[in-house]
Write a protein of this length. Structure first.
Lengths: 372, 366
């Protein structure tokens, strides 16, 4: 009995966030999604370290080569995971050039090897990579390990997926944050003041909602000047994606404002002379923060698809910078894909990320109202 | 007896449809169409103005690099046609005015004999409207086929899923639904294209075969055309299908749990009749009102997919226009699609008013 009372007391004393976290814990799929996303974001953060090769490193010999096979047995002896160097071999009949492993010498896969220099989190210079290929058993060099194969220039797709994740995963996030502030500001004006202003804002939102998303994003990308730096390109893409996303947020905020603005505590604050902006940010927004976060999470998949499709078309991020969309450019023709199916690997990452955000958002939507 | 009653009520409904309040409602909705159209045009004009520099100078510079000399009179007449020396808001007004009505004494009219000046597309070397119009019919046709498919497939599945809640079929439809919404359209297109190539040796790219382009579509090659529609239908249709399934299923579950269903069941009405005559009719409303959104997502999804699958619809034209910063063409395509969506919303509003009397009496809940 006492225990039951205790748990009841716990329930009433717990903050809204604790209750939400508790409810979210019941949602297994959302939890798994959260872990997957956490892993993806952390590996994107330390992409330089996890990727065996840098962004510009290439090996012409390995053009379009399939994922490197990893062996453990060398001449009937167990020597641990190792790879072989590839060699060009020409078919004497068809003159077709193929890459065959040179089985005379093995190269062990080693951990914490020195490679291309980079800066950890953009601060400290470092040249350590999680794994790489060491020296050959007979002292040879030049073997490569391409876990996901190589692209048409002989660059490691595995490294590029990791390095591209930094852009593909952070642009939607950054644009979600911009949409958040835009949406709250415009939605609160619309909901709090009402009247003509509300009507105009609602019409604008309706119209932006009526225009098909991807064509509008594509058309907006025309604003990106040619030949600008990667940082600026990143900035432009973020703004373009936010241009549509704020509308959903503004709708949620407006709806909540309409239902909350006549509550007694708001009236009390107004009579006590609290400024309008302070009422909005301090008293109203925290009241429906959870809904906003849900709406943000559910908006991210759309931005990921948007960024990926635009970069895929060459209207967004362009090389030398890379994102998942840029990587998929290699998989645009059927003949190319049929010859090198490994170029479809970035698709798995896009799909997993989008699915994970969808599941997490769904779980959070269920948890957003913890008092149900 | 019962049959007769329901027929009568349908006739009643039809009579009511043409009653004053409904006509008023439709009139009001159509009137609302005008400010929406204005706002869309402002948004599109904003997009057109986005690229740095002005359109005519860019075009003339591009011609100059190709070694073509542009004579000053031509340049001046173009500048006048685009209203480049006017302030921005007057440029906008001129743009809208020219689209609605171009007087017969202008250079444009003499060239194209058209009263609607949508400006000139540099990428195609023709007037913008003729480029847009080329593929407009096909775009609408393909979108309509996909939409029809969406509703035909998703509504029966949704009704099944709601009447067999937590069955295997329910779970399967939910899983496919989730995958369909999660996988970006163009990615699904690449994968299906690859699989189609691997299994049948034919990627089925493009809407038409060479033979169709030569002889046109007839009954004997219509099957071929349908075969080429399979991938587009799956790719573009799936995401929307899942949305419809989810919303109809949720609505049906709500309706089935209501009192009137219980009453009908207690009175011995057959289960099929309860579902189809009562619950389904109530559950279909949100689907009808979601028509605009479905249309919008179809256009959005088909744009990139059309490029991957090399379909002869407006997506690739938009892409080509944007690559050469042919903004008036790009703007026109975005505008046409947005207007089609708004017309879809208009239709769905009217259909909804017909289906649900409460809406027309309260003057439109939305």
């Amino acid at each position: 009995m006492a225990k039951k009372l205790k748990s009841k007391e716990d329930y009433y004393l717990a903050s809204q966030w604790t209750l939400m976290a508790r409810k979210l814990k019941k949602h297994k799929l959302a939890q798994v999604s959260f872990i997957i996303l956490a892993v993806l974001y952390i590996s994107a953060l330390f992409a330089d370290f996890l990727a065996p090769y840098g962004l510009d490193e290439f090996d012409g010999l390995y053009r379009n080569s399939a994922p490197t096979k990893i062996y453990t047995i060398f001449e009937d002896q167990h020597v641990g995971p190792h790879v072989y160097k590839l060699e060009k071999s020409i078919n004497k009949k068809t003159f077709e050039v193929t890459l065959e492993p040179d089985l005379s010498e093995y190269y062990k896969i080693e951990f914490f090897v020195h490679g291309t220099e980079y800066k950890v989190l953009g601060l400290f210079p470092c040249d350590l990579h999680l794994f790489g290929v060491g020296e050959g058993s007979k002292g040879g060099t030049g073997a490569k390990i391409f876990l996901f194969g190589a692209d048409s220039l002989g660059r490691d797709i595995f490294s590029r997926v990791l390095l591209g994740a930094r852009i593909s995963l952070s642009i939607p996030f950054a644009s979600a944050i911009i949409s958040f502030f835009l949406g709250v500001a415009i939605g609160s004006i619309s909901g709090y003041f009402g009247g003509v202003l509300d009507m105009i804002i609602q019409r604008i939102i309706e119209v932006i909602g009526a225009v098909p998303q991807i064509p509008l994003w594509m058309a907006l990308s025309a604003a990106i000047p040619a030949g600008i730096s990667t940082v600026k390109m990143y900035f432009y893409m973020t703004i373009i994606l936010s241009f549509i996303n704020w509308t959903g947020m503004a709708r949620v905020v407006r709806g909540k404002f309409l239902s909350l603005k006549n509550e007694d505590y708001v009236m009390a604050a107004r009579i006590s002379g609290v400024s309008t902006w302070k009422i909005i940010w301090k008293h109203l927004v925290p009241g429906f923060m959870s809904y906003l976060i849900v709406s943000l999470t559910l908006g991210i998949p759309g931005s990921i698809v948007g960024e990926t499709s635009m970069s895929y078309l060459g209207l967004g991020i362009k090389s030398p910078a890379t994102s998942w969309g840029v990587l998929l450019q290699e998989a645009s023709s059927v003949t190319d894909v049929a010859a090198n199916p490994h170029k479809l690997i970035p698709i798995i990452f896009v799909t997993i990320t989008v699915l994970a955000f969808n599941f997490l958002g769904d779980g959070m939507r269920d948890a957003a109202d913890p008092y149900k | 007896m019962e049959e007769k009653l329901s027929k009568n009520s349908f006739v009643e409904n039809l009579k009511e449809f043409f009653r004053r309040d409904l006509v008023q409602y439709i009139f009001k909705r159509i009137l609302w169409f005008i400010p929406t159209l204005l706002l869309i045009s402002i948004l599109v004009f904003f997009v057109i103005q986005l690229p740095p520099g002005d359109y005519v100078s860019a075009h003339i510079a591009a011609l100059a690099t190709e070694g073509e000399l542009v004579d000053a009179d031509y340049a001046a007449s173009m500048r006048e046609d685009y209203g480049l020396d006017l302030p921005v808001w007057q440029q906008y007004i001129k743009w809208v005015k020219d689209i609605i009505w171009t007087p017969s004494d202008t250079a444009y009219y003499r060239l194209y004999h058209s009263h609607h000046n949508w400006k000139y597309s540099f990428a195609y070397g023709r007037d913008v409207w003729s480029v847009v119009n080329d593929r407009l019919g096909l775009t609408i046709g393909v979108t309509a086929i996909i939409m029809l498919f969406q509703y035909l497939v998703s509504i029966p599945i949704a009704v099944y899923a709601s009447t067999h809640q937590y069955s295997v079929g329910d779970y399967v439809s939910a899983i496919i639904g989730f995958l369909g919404t999660a996988i970006p359209n163009f990615i699904l297109a690449i994968v299906l294209m690859y699989l189609s190539y691997k299994w049948t040796g034919n990627a089925n790219v493009g809407l038409f075969t060479q033979e169709m382009l030569k002889n046109g579509i007839h009954l004997y090659n219509f099957g071929d055309f349908l075969k080429r529609m399979i991938i587009p239908i799956i790719v573009i249709g799936t995401s929307g299908t899942c949305g419809i399934i989810r919303s109809v299923r949720a609505q049906m579950l709500d309706e089935v749990a209501k009192q009137y269903t219980l009453t009908a069941r207690a009175k011995g009405v057959s289960e099929g009749k309860i579902i189809m005559k009562y619950c389904f009719r109530a559950a279909i409303n949100p689907t009808v009102s979601g028509l605009g959104g479905v249309l919008s997502s179809l256009f959005s999804g088909s744009t990139v997919t059309a490029m991957v699958l090399n379909m002869q619809i407006q997506g690739p034209v938009l892409y080509k226009a944007l690559q050469s910063q042919d903004m008036y063409l790009a703007g026109a395509i975005v505008m046409v699609q947005a207007v089609l969506v708004v017309i879809g919303v208009l239709f769905s509003d009217i259909a909804l008013a017909f289906l649900d009397p409460r809406i027309r009496y309260s003057g439109g809940g939305r």
